[in-house]
Design a protein around this ligand. Structure first.
Ligand code: MRU
Length: 373
């Protein structure tokens, strides 16, 4: 389907590991968004070069680029590319066309707030510079897209530092879905403390839930951690209670797609099951959340729109032939909301927020503002 704009793997592929590739990048020379096609991992590492809005929309919807921070960066680059292509000099007409492209990209997935956060940041650039020429506005959009991407690297590193402070050498850590480097520009969120700990010789034992139905845990988390030399054990989703009961898990680290103002956190479907079980076994659950994933405009988790995806992801995908009865009703929500009382802390780039979250999350944003960001 995407054959025409696939970049061939270069000769270095054989010596290049998955961590050496850029999850999401801007190719200025070809006016393209470059992504690793994550639907093909771990079998094949293919870099897609996307130039049209339809290609970029499809890549987000189809999860070729996925994970809240990576979606945000892809959208920022995507809307910049859309603006660059606009051969319009009239500013009102330019802004109207820009807004149309923005709404189109915003319709690709509903839950990860980073998508809207990044598009809004790009929108602000246009609105705040309407006195400038269209050519100048395009330059500023380029700079903002590059900045959003660069910031993600710093943010993940800080989450790594703040998260590592909550852990000790030899800890068992369970994670769900993929909040790894493949979900961000670098380091990941939930995996950042793991990678940082590895550098310091912490010898963590990681348990990765396979994460039905799209298997981001098995295909992506287990892949990138294993490729990085971490001690990772793959589990089916229904095994986490057993490993917690055995005392193998000291902490749960997960990512998230949107944190509400009260600390309720939407993440990949199954996260709330893990958190509920963790409470039973007194294992702390830490949600790793860049401030770009925290949505103070959303009061509670009940207000977060939960994406529902095609039934075939459950009934057919990954099986040689369909394994569920034809015509059976299927419920396929991509995310669930973990209630704030199940969360021991929300790890951000500006520190760890603890309950009551309404106040502590507010304080995190005040800190961010004080830092000039
Ligand atoms: O449907 P996906 O693969 O985009 O879901 C991703 C997750 O649920 C991640 O845990 C979340 O986006 C955080 S990524 C740092």
């Amino acid at each position: 389907m995407f054959v025409s704009y696939i970049i061939q793997r270069d000769m270095r592929t054989e010596i290049k590991g998955i961590m050496d590739y850029e999850t999401v990048a801007l190719d200025d020379a070809n006016s393209a968004l470059l992504i690793i096609d994550q639907t093909q991992l771990p079998y094949k590492t293919e870099i897609l070069s996307l130039t049209t809005q339809k290609e970029i929309w499809d890549a987000i919807y189809l999860l070729q680029v996925r994970g809240a921070p990576a979606i945000g960066v892809a959208a920022a680059i995507g809307i910049y590319l859309a603006a660059k292509e606009l051969a319009i000099e009239n500013k009102e007409a330019f802004y109207a066309a820009f807004s149309k492209a923005k709404d189109y990209l915003a319709s690709s997935r509903p839950t990860a707030v980073n998508l809207f956060w990044a598009l809004d940041r790009m929108d602000d650039v246009v609105k705040e510079n309407l006195e400038k020429s269209v050519a100048e506005i395009k330059e500023l959009l380029h700079a903002e897209a590059v900045k959003i991407r660069e910031e993600d690297i710093w943010v993940c590193k800080q989450i790594g530092i703040n998260g590592l402070a909550l852990l000790k050498p030899g800890d068992g850590i369970l994670t769900h879905c993929n909040a790894g480097q493949l979900a961000t520009v670098k380091y990941g969120t939930a995996t950042a403390p793991m990678y940082l700990g590895q550098e310091k010789g912490y010898n963590f034992r990681i348990f990765a839930d396979e994460t039905r139905p799209l298997l981001q845990g098995a295909r992506l988390t287990a892949y990138e951690l294993h490729a990085s030399g971490l001690d990772v054990t793959l589990l089916c989703d229904n095994m986490s209670a057993m490993v917690m009961k055995r005392g193998w898990v000291d902490a749960i680290l997960v990512g998230c797609d949107r944190v509400a103002a009260n600390g309720d956190a939407a993440n990949k479907i199954g996260t709330s099951v893990v958190a509920t079980v963790a409470k039973r076994y007194n294992v702390p659950v830490y949600v790793c959340a860049p401030t770009s994933t925290i949505d103070l405009q959303t009061a509670t988790g009940d207000e977060i729109e939960i994406e529902e995806r095609p039934a075939e992801e459950i009934t057919e995908m990954w099986y040689g032939k369909r394994m569920a009865p034809a015509g059976v009703k299927v419920f396929n929500p991509a995310f669930d909301v973990t209630d704030n009382d199940l969360i021991a802390g929300i790890i951000t780039e500006y520190g760890v927020a603890r309950a009551p979250y309404k106040e502590s999350l507010q304080a995190i944003f005040e800190q961010k503002k004080a830092a000039g960001n």
